[in-house]
Design a binder for this molecule. Structure first.
Ligand code: SF4
Length: 264
């Protein structure tokens, strides 16, 4: 009996031609099969990289170089220094599914005339229990939360879903891998953001533009040097980088407009 045609894989391999970058993975067509390696190793001598079997790619993708679990496989912290061979198109699909689960199927779905995208409002309307509060963020608040959570610092998927007032990521943004609906980290982040909005006894603080500028600079420094040993999905931690990014989003609206004050 003939094998059923995998339309998504066929289309992806046609796109691949000789060479293709999928998020942080460079895929190259070889005389027999395909070669995969981290994009930063694209010019490295093959002998300098650790050869790993396709079956070990999931383990590679599960943790960062310092051993932290990677809850979002499209986070831009995939380990480097490895090389992998896939003997066939089917093995290539298996390999990419270990690194970026569902990436080829989602990419193909996003090519359809009506991609199966679930937007924030539809997605959160379905939530029950502790996640019902995610419906309470206003469109403007939800947009800040989404911008913070899905920033390219944290995730390389191109977001196709939206909330009113926030466009999807541009076609050339981040990577070929589309994001078709909010993920579990996004949902938890929206819940935490709403709980923060609901906190009582908020102090009122008046800041000079220069002080806002200093705070933004401090946040940028903290984001560039995230704490080690902190779980990415631990959104209860005040120093969680997504929470810092959200604070940065909120402060950004108060940032002073660049000018050349007299005497400076
Ligand atoms: S919801 Fe955002 S963070 Fe989650 S996978 Fe999609 S783009 Fe990435």
């Amino acid at each position: 009996m003939a094998e059923p045609t995998n339309l998504a894989l066929t289309a992806f391999c046609a796109l691949l031609k000789d060479d293709l970058l999928l998020a942080q993975v460079r895929v190259r067509r070889q005389p027999a099969g395909f070669e995969l390696r981290h994009a930063i190793d694209q010019d490295a001598a093959a002998g300098s990289l650790k050869l790993i079997p396709v079956a070990d790619l999931r383990a590679l993708a599960n943790h960062t170089v310092i051993g932290d679990f990677r809850p979002i496989k499209a986070a831009p912290n995939l380990r480097s220094g490895w090389l992998c061979h896939a003997a066939s198109e089917a093995e290539l699909e298996f390999a990419l599914n270990q690194l970026y689960p569902g990436a080829i199927a989602d990419w193909f779905a996003a090519q359809q005339p009506v991609p199966p995208v679930t937007h924030y409002r539809d997605f959160t309307a379905r939530q029950t229990g502790m996640y019902r509060v995610t419906t309470m963020l206003t469109d403007a608040q939800a947009a800040q939360v989404i911008r913070a959570c899905c920033d390219g610092r944290f995730c390389l998927k191109r977001r196709l879903w939206t909330v009113p007032g926030l466009p999807p990521d541009k076609a050339d943004a981040k990577s070929l891998i589309p994001c078709l609906e909010p993920c579990a980290v996004m949902l938890e982040f929206a819940r935490k953001a709403m709980r923060i909005e609901q906190e009582e006894h908020k102090p009122t603080l008046t800041l000079a533009p220069s002080e806002v500028e200093s705070l933004l600079g401090a946040l940028e420094t903290a984001l560039a040097h995230p704490p080690t040993g902190q779980r990415e999905a631990d959104l209860s931690a005040a120093s969680n980088p997504r929470r810092l990014q959200l604070l940065r989003e909120k402060l950004q609206g108060f940032a002073p407009v660049a000018s050349n004050p007299v005497g400076e």
